[in-house]
Design a protein around this ligand. Structure first.
Ligand SMILES: NC(=O)c1ccc[n+]([C@@H]2O[C@H](COP(=O)([O-])OP(=O)(O)OC[C@H]3O[C@@H](n4cnc5c(N)ncnc54)[C@H](OP(=O)(O)O)[C@@H]3O)[C@@H](O)[C@H]2O)c1
Length: 309
């Protein structure tokens, strides 16, 4: 796998302990099954994992460190919930590396646009020390991405990517020009919640999960979209959730999916090879826009951004 041109990313937010699995995700998945999923990811050549300190209620990072991080790629983040304090990023990254039992991370993201200049300067120091191979930003607006690029350009370091919310029903970053800007500047766009936490899967397969309670009311509004997704899936001989993934791949966006089972990794790897037709893309977009589901998409994390002092 080429880290500068990955086809898909495995999200680890759904990994975790038994209580977290049952209470939040609806079921607990044993470590052995996750390890099998990781084996499949290697076979499918998508051994790239997205992590953050709070994923799986703080367990995901420790789990991957225990599983072994040789021959895989790691993406980790600094989440600035408070204003910048000198050394804060270094301290956090050191803890991450301890969890990972590794000397470096492949990609390191500034998770929120708080004190962008100060945080990025410290991230740049860590990059120069070899602890970070590539730098990205997450949940940033176009203006904030441009600022980040200027700061990194001045240090002679490319902005690797932007990691924001994007799916068939959440295309704000495309509509407001961020996606096009990334493409023009050779910056990767990683899409999180491509399956909308299980909202964009097959509605005919009934599954109970506490997560579902958060979006149950919205499912009715998506009926027409599901019909189109089922038709597109049949035409390409793929599954319904794979349509949501192929939609991103067709857009040139890198889909991240929360995978904890081997079949989910296989679905992801297969779906990124499928390209939907312009007619299918247009129909999916039209019906998604008609549904107008409010998913607190593009700006879900803005509430955590601290205003400049
Ligand atoms: N940068 C950020 O601020 C940010 C924010 C949120 C997420 N993320 C990243 O994005 C990743 C993806 O988000 P997510 O995990 O929250 O949600 P997601 O990928 O949209 O949805 C995960 C859900 O989809 C289901 N699923 C996965 N593959 C499937 C398949 N092939 N068929 C049917 N169902 C499937 C899982 O089912 P099971 O429950 O059965 O496993 C799980 O319930 C995260 O893990 C994280 O790495 C980043």
């Amino acid at each position: 796998m080429d880290i500068l041109n990955p086809t898909a990313v495995i999200g680890t937010n759904a990994w975790g302990g038994s209580l977290y699995g049952k209470a939040i995700r609806g079921s607990y998945v044993e470590d052995d099954i996750i390890l099998d999923a990781m084996r499949v990811a290697k076979e499918e050549d998508i051994p790239l994992y997205d992590l953050a300190r709070d994923y799986g209620l703080g367990k995901a990072q420790k789990m991957i460190g225990e599983f072994g991080t040789e021959d895989i790629f790691l993406s980790a983040k600094y989440t600035p919930f408070t204003h910048y304090k000198p050394g804060c990023v270094r301290k956090s990254l050191e803890k991450d590396l301890k969890d990972f039992k590794r000397e470096y991370v492949d990609i390191y993201w500034l998770h929120l646009p708080t004190d962008v200049e100060e945080h990025l300067k410290e991230i740049i120091e860590l990059y120069k020390e070899g602890k970070i191979r590539h730098i990205g930003v997450s949940n940033f607006t176009l203006e904030e991405c441009k600022l980040s690029k200027r700061i990194l350009d001045a240090a002679g370091i490319p902005l690797y990517g932007v990691q924001n919310h994007y799916s068939i029903i959440c295309r704000d970053w495309e509509k407001n020009g961020l996606l096009a800007w990334c493409k023009e500047n050779g910056i990767l766009f990683w899409a999180w919640a491509v399956l909308e936490e299980g909202m964009l899967v097959d509605p005919r397969i009934k599954k109970k999960s506490p997560m579902k309670l958060t979006y149950r009311r919205k499912l009715k509004k998506l009926r027409k979209l599901y019909k189109i997704m089922i038709k597109v899936a049949e035409r390409h001989e793929i599954k319904v959730p794979q349509v949501a993934i192929s939609f991103c791949a067709t857009k040139g966006v890198i889909p991240m999916c929360g995978c904890r089972k081997p079949y989910q990794v296989t679905d992801l790897a297969e779906a990124v090879k499928v390209r939907l037709t312009p007619g299918e893309m247009k129909r999916l977009e039209e019906v998604a826009d008609e549904a107008n589901v409010n998913i607190m998409g593009a700006d879900i994390f803005r509430a955590f951004v601290r205003k400049k002092k």
